[in-house]
Design a protein around this ligand. Structure first.
Ligand code: NAP
Length: 284
């Protein structure tokens, strides 16, 4: 299959590599071209423009920072116009929230471009290992055409309903993740404040029902104040917190923890940790 990947950041680059390793003809484009160039040695074609990357593609994957970047590329950048009546499926895998997905769905519908809403669960290492969990929603035939892409980048695909349902599940998962990391930071703070070694806390919960693997993963870096390199940049976590808050507001649902988490993330970003890993939420 010919697969175009637009966006070769922390997630898009290893996804493109795994698509190539699975035998697909992969073309990539990235706003900052040098990042995409790193993939050239793996037999991946680096396009100078997005239109060049998507020409003749069976599936076009977007893995960009946020809804504005996706709209900018697909609509203002002319990608959807290039795909009009072309038969290629747009497989939108960035986390862009409900309004962002509605916008993409509208723009695709007006150009008869089949759309799959497919955000992912998992971070840098699972992306490198092809172990992402893909949340996939859209028409059956378009989902079938994306199946080889999902097999290459993920270990599991959860099929949902129409486009938008995967994005909503992703927001629920992000609520869980952000609240968990916030709780971990608060608990390490408390331990340090009352003279309990936070490592003893982590060791005590490790492997038991109170100890998610994520506590092991992010707890050590918090204790050591070690926030680079980023697996999931804190600035994107702030974007995700905003998307969860927007979704709850749309449904008149009050959230207790997320507003506090959002403030903590904002403080950490103000202190210069936006490009650091999510664990730097600790510094807020
Ligand atoms: P990243 O490393 O920061 O990459 C972001 C990508 O978006 C880069 O290719 C960047 O291009 C591009 N971009 C940003 N603004 C743009 C614009 N205005 N126009 C064109 N391109 C633009 O982020 P990532 O971790 O790969 O995340 C990508 C998406 O996956 C996000 O929606 C994120 O929330 C989601 N996600 C991330 C993780 C994770 O753990 N990292 C997990 C699940 C989902 P440049 O290189 O030119 O800046």
């Amino acid at each position: 299959m010919v697969v175009a990947v637009l966006g070769t950041g922390i997630m898009g680059a290893p996804m493109a590599r795994n698509l190539r390793a699975a035998g697909h003809d992969v073309r990539v484009w990235n706003r900052t071209r040098e990042k995409a160039e790193r993939l050239a040695g793996d037999g991946i074609a680096v396009a100078a423009a997005p239109g060049e990357a998507v020409r003749g593609a069976d599936v076009v994957v977007t893995m960009l920072a946020d809804a504005a970047a996706v709209h900018g590329l697909l609509v203002d950048g002319g990608v959807l116009d290039a795909l009009r009546d072309d038969g290629a499926v747009l497989c939108q895998m960035s986390t862009i929230g409900i309004a962002g997905m509605e916008d993409v769905a509208h723009e695709c519908a007006t150009r008869a471009v089949p759309l799959v809403d497919a955000p992912v669960l998992g971070t840098k290492q699972p992306a490198e290992q092809g172990q992402l969990i893909v949340l996939a929603a859209g028409p059956d035939d378009a989902l079938e055409r994306c199946a080889p892409v999902f097999a290459a980048v993920g270990s599991r695909t959860i099929r949902l309903g129409e486009a938008g349902t995967a994005t909503r599940l992703k927001l629920v998962l992000n609520h869980w993740l952000l609240a968990l990391v916030h709780s971990l930071a608060e608990t390490i703070d408390l331990a340090e404040a009352i003279d309990v070694d936070p490592r003893t806390f982590l060791e005590t919960i490790s492997g038991g029902p109170l100890g998610p693997a994520y506590a092991d993963l992010k707890g050590g870096p918090m204790i050591e104040r070690r926030f680079e390199p980023a697996s999931f940049p804190l600035a994107l976590a702030g974007k995700d917190a905003d998307l969860v808050l927007e979704a709850a507001e749309r449904h008149d649902h009050a959230l207790g923890v997320l507003p506090v988490v959002r403030e903590r993330v904002a403080r950490a970003i103000e202190r210069g940790h936006g490009d650091d890993d999510l664990a730097a939420l600790f510094c807020g």
